[in-house]
Design a protein around this ligand. Structure first.
Ligand code: DQA
Length: 144
């Protein structure tokens, strides 16, 4: 099986972007860590885009294929109803979408306290850096 690990805007700058908040490792390091965590037979398909429409298209792809999704919506978390509606297509009965964040948005600025995605996510893991993704992957693998 394939797990889609989708990352929203500015996460392509991971490693150099606000390292005090997000750490100094980049997306390639995250891909390597998740690939090492995945049991034999599982494929990690990790992608990043700054484009809302492209991210929505990837969720449509998951809705059609039934692939489980680990999603860091980044700033879209806080205001994209289009992304929310696409996430709801994935979590239609039987589908899995886990919302993840590197930081704990609730411990940060007020505008980060709202997620328009959480209400249609299967679950949310935040605040543990790359381990947020690893924990989500363990959940996906353990529940299928
Ligand atoms: C983030 C938190 C968001 O508020 C922020 O806009 C991001 C990253 C995180 O992983 O902690 O870009 O999703």
């Amino acid at each position: 099986p394939t797990v889609l690990v989708l990352n929203g805007p500015n996460l392509g700058r991971l490693g150099s972007r606000e390292p005090d908040v997000y750490g100094s490792a980049d997306l390639d390091a995250l891909r390597a860590e998740l690939t090492a965590t995945a049991p034999a037979g599982w494929t990690i398909d990790l992608r990043q885009t700054d484009d809302e429409g492209e991210l929505i298209g990837w969720l449509h792809e998951a809705a059609d294929s039934g692939a489980p999704v680990i999603l860091n919506p980044a700033a879209f978390t806080h205001y994209s109803y289009g992304l929310r509606d696409a996430a709801a297509l994935v979590t239609k009965p039987g589908g899995t979408l886990i919302e993840v964040h590197l930081s704990n948005p609730h411990a940060r600025e007020t505008f980060r306290h709202t997620s328009v995605i959480s209400g249609v996510a299967s679950g949310v893991i935040a605040g543990f850096g790359f381990d947020s993704y690893r924990l989500a992957l363990l959940q996906v693998v353990g529940s299928s």
